[in-house]
Design a protein around this ligand. Structure first.
Ligand SMILES: [Zn+2]
Length: 229
């Protein structure tokens, strides 16, 4: 009897995948609806990471903040901790990615769960990025992301974007709780509160998360990332 060969049906794990957190106009542009002061300083590095990923065919996942009026996070009297003024409103210009991280052929998943019935090779051939909408701080609230992680099982995740102390933090925590080896690109993230970012960097290093500069990341071969851990 012929033995069932798992390697034929399972795609090999990706050596590395990138996670771009919320690099949207409303957060990064100085005239954005929820502009993070100083975040414009990371756009050059975001562009370098994007170019590296395209050139090396590194899988590009992204979270996309997307709101409708009435979302719990949106308030006309915001406390800037759990509630914020209207931002990244559905179909507004501010919801779009900045030019440095914009991709021509994204596959954008709404928050509702959609069962995937195709292999990774299909997505890789037809799209240049996989984007997950969310209406809170946590990209993992979009269950389609977990479904993709099961499909492609990246060995290492490289994370960047905004804001370090809100959505990046939740993404990093979610990846770590799922046992992914994680790199945070320290000069391609930006926080609302710089002091909180410093504390998070220390905490993450203690937890075994690697903090790297953009130049260090783009100097590596995709297969080398696993050796960092
Ligand atoms: Zn939001």
């Amino acid at each position: 009897m012929q033995k069932h060969d798992d390697s034929v049906i399972n795609v090999p794990s990706l050596p590395v995948a990138f996670l771009d957190v919320d690099t949207q106009k409303d957060f990064i542009r100085s005239d954005g609806c929820l502009s993070i002061k100083g975040a414009g300083n990371i756009v050059t590095n975001l562009g370098k990471l994007c170019a590296y990923a395209l050139e090396n065919r590194v899988a590009w996942f992204a979270s996309m903040d997307s709101h409708v009026p009435g979302d719990t996070e949106i308030s006309e009297a915001p406390d800037y901790d759990t509630t914020f003024p209207p931002h990244c409103m559905n179909l507004s210009e501010g919801e779009e990615r900045i030019p440095e991280t914009f991709r021509q052929h994204p596959l954008i998943f709404d928050i509702e769960f959609q069962y995937l019935d195709k292999p990774w090779s299909y997505f890789e051939e037809n799209y240049d990025s996989i984007v997950f909408k969310k209406n809170n701080f946590d990209v993992f609230s979009n269950k389609n992301f977990d479904q993709f992680l099961t499909l492609v099982r990246p060995k290492v995740f490289v994370v960047f974007g905004v804001a370090t102390d809100f959505c990046v933090r939740r993404a990093v925590e979610g990846l770590c709780s799922r046992k992914f080896k994680t790199v945070v690109v320290k000069d391609a993230v930006f926080a609302i509160n710089q002091e909180t970012e410093r504390k998070l960097f220390d905490e993450w290093e203690r937890q075994g998360i690697k903090l790297m500069a953009t130049e260090e990341v783009i100097d590596m071969e995709p297969r080398e990332f696993e050796k960092l851990f």
